[in-house]
Design a protein around this ligand. Sequence first.
Ligand code: G
Ligand code: MN
Length: 249
Amino acid sequence: MSRGELSAWYQPQIELRTGKVAAVEALCRWHSPAWGPVSPDVFIPVAEDTGVIVAIGYHMAAEALTVMREWRIEVSVNVSPTQLQNSAFTLWLERQLGRVRRPDRRLGLEITESVDLGPVPAMVARLNRLRALGVGIAIDDYGAGHASLTQLKRLHATELKIDRALIADDSAQGEQLVAAAVAHAHALGARVVAEGIETADHLQRATRLGCDRGQGYFIGRPMPPAQIAQLLTTPRQGSAQSRTLRFRA
Ligand code: G
Ligand code: MN
């Protein structure tokens, strides 16, 4: 971190009905001069164990807030439950948001229960304050690990992200699980994002099962900020067209 080797890359998310780019997720990337690119699957668990994840969380949120000023789009960041165990981070975010808040530039927090959530009522109160400022709260990696529909309700989340393992599962049971999660989320007024869309089949299935948004390599890989800026650039024809990727199912 101190050598500036961590950076934020961004992966587009589309509205499945229209193909329009609706949001981007900020993803932490480590380019080590010694080892080359190091996978987040390797360094994030170590950062969780050592507590460095909190510093990474501030770094990524600061990056997201910076690009939000430029890009008129929703930007989401991944937040470890560790980061939400006291009020320092959420209070900092509240202060930062005062500078960028606009209806078209929302910030989203994606929470994975990779470690125990800790005392939930206090966390819910902190998240409520952010939600009142227009911040989205997503339950990440549903269908893998510990994420549950109970959590969706407990945290008053605004979004459920379905893990790529479930999106890739083409069995009848897999489809039933996705359909049930979609029904449950929609009943709570939450949006559903299908993660890990890698093929036209995944895209078609996610759409058919009622997911609202899609994200994955088939739609767009995580890319450096300059490339996202290019994707979002408005040519003469107008913004609606330029932001639409040709991926309607
Ligand atoms: O836990 P979370 O869902 O935030 O993890 C996102 C990770 O998944 C990122 O590291 C990102 O690069 C990766 N990813 C994004 N899209 C795809 C995809 O279509 N397939 C696979 N295998 N990984 C993906
Ligand atoms: Mn995520």
